[in-house]
Design a protein around this ligand. Structure first.
Ligand code: FES
Ligand code: FES
Length: 157
């Protein structure tokens, strides 16, 4: 077991962890943050996406014990009722909310993309979210929502 300190959605968390546990396990099971979803657990679906030290990662592939001092943003930290992130509002406005499985990952990928490239082209948006799988619907409204935030300059960083 190893004890680490992790900042999650702005809050310091002290955690004592077995070495095999993933960031996804710890978020969902120890911290009760179930926004990141357990899909393939093999780095292929993007349902478990969170932002780690400013970059999107598949949390199912990251060992939590290696994260001492790291910062994590999950969909719970993006915003909530009454204080939505502009991207969450855009997803609502553009009917981009899909099932609860893929949406958190899509939101965090969009957030990470806009932080690094506030004016992406449509192709760049498509490329960026291409690793987040949805087998049910199209990506069209998600792309529209991300483009709307980019065009509107609503990103709050
Ligand atoms: S659950 Fe992590 S990529 Fe699918
Ligand atoms: S996987 Fe979420 S709508 Fe298809």
């Amino acid at each position: 077991m190893k004890t680490i300190t992790l900042k999650v959605n702005g809050r310091e968390e002290k955690l004592t962890l077995a070495p095999h546990r993933t960031l996804l396990d710890v978020l969902r099971e120890d911290l009760g943050l179930t926004g990141a979803k357990r899909g393939c657990e093999a780095g292929e679906c993007g349902a478990c996406t969170v932002i780690l030290n400013g970059k999107p990662v598949n949390s199912c592939l990251v060992l939590a014990v290696e994260l001492n001092g790291a910062e994590v943003l999950t969909v719970e930290g993006l915003g909530g009722p009454g204080a939505l992130d502009p991207l969450q509002q855009a997803f609502i406005d553009h009917f981009a909310l899909q099932c609860g499985y893929c949406t958190p990952g899509m939101l965090l990928m969009g957030k990470a993309l806009l932080a690094q490239n506030p004016r992406p082209s449509e192709d760049e948006v498509k490329e960026y979210i291409s690793g987040n799988l949805c087998r049910c619907t199209g990506y069209e409204n998600i792309v529209k929502a991300i483009m709307a935030v980019a065009a509107g300059g609503e990103q709050d960083g």
